[in-house]
Design a protein around this ligand. Structure first.
Ligand code: AMP
Length: 260
């Protein structure tokens, strides 16, 4: 049982470092809920894919302004003004390249989800990932009289991440994550809910390398900013010799308990 109550925690690390099993531990130990910007973007991206638009997405991006063209123009070209489908197009444009979605889109989306949960009791997964997002988050926390107790940084080497990620499969229905060699699905199906597992569209080596570069360039300064503003950073290994639920829990809680 939790020894102390936690308001919010950030779980961060390179994409593919092994955040999900550590998030599961924190959710269980402290009764928190996971708020994942990656999952949110993927759900909108799925809606856009279902819509079945065949054109080139480049026509929606205004290179000179580093922004998407206005929404009414996007709606006209897409043939729909459905906000979810338009947001899905914007997410796809970046996610499929292994690039971060621009801050002006991510911050607005994040705030709307964080607000639904009263800015409390969340494990923030994959947010903030840039300096601007970190600044935005701390302002929000101050305005709402909320708190970030600590950042859990899951550390892993680039080589390990590439090997893990190209073999990663996810369940599109319940989100469970598999590895083709170490934790294979059951004949291509999720062991929890039976849905056919899929490979994420951004889990190719080229796109993984691009995400690793984004982490170094943009996320490292965001973490430095949070630390400078008094939020402790707890480091845990993403790779364990013996990967069992007990070992994951111990490696997380031993470090977290030192802080609490
Ligand atoms: P993840 O599942 O956390 O690896 O996120 C998948 C993709 O979603 C990333 O590669 C980005 O394209 C996008 N994404 C998720 N969170 C953020 C964020 N905080 N800022 C910008 N892009 C994000």
């Amino acid at each position: 049982m939790p020894t102390r109550s936690i308001t919010n925690v950030i779980v961060t690390g390179k994409s593919g470092a092994g955040k999900q099993p550590r998030i599961d531990v924190l959710v269980e130990e402290f009764g928190l809920e996971q708020l994942s910007t990656g999952n949110i973007f993927r759900s909108y991206l799925g809606k856009f894919n279902e819509y079945g638009y065949e054109g080139d997405l480049k026509e929606f991006w205004d290179e000179s302004k580093e922004r998407f063209i206005p929404d009414d123009e996007i709606a006209e070209k897409l043939g729909t003004s459905d906000n979810d489908i338009m947001l899905g197009m914007k997410a796809k444009y970046f996610v499929d390249k292994g690039l971060f979605v621009p801050d002006y889109i991510t911050n607005e989306l994040f705030e709307s989800y964080f607000a639904k949960k009263n800015y409390r009791n969340q494990v923030l997964d994959g947010y903030p990932r840039t300096l601007q997002q970190a600044e935005f988050l701390l302002k929000l926390i101050e305005r709402e009289n909320s708190k970030i107790d600590f950042v859990l940084l899951v550390e892993n080497s680039d080589e390990m991440i590439i090997e893990r990620t190209v073999n990663r499969r996810i369940c599109p229905k319940c989100g469970k994550v598999y590895h083709l060699v170490y934790n294979p699905p059951d004949n291509g199906r999720c062991r929890e809910c039976g849905a056919e597992v899929v490979q994420r569209s951004d889990d190719t080596e080229e796109k993984i390398r691009s995400r690793l570069e984004e982490f170094r360039k943009k996320t490292v300064p965001a973490l430095e900013y949070l630390e400078k503003h008094g939020i402790p950073v707890v480091k845990v290994p993403g790779h364990l010799e013996e990967f069992t639920p007990e070992n994951v829990r111990k490696s997380v809680m031993d470090e977290v308990n030192k802080l609490l």
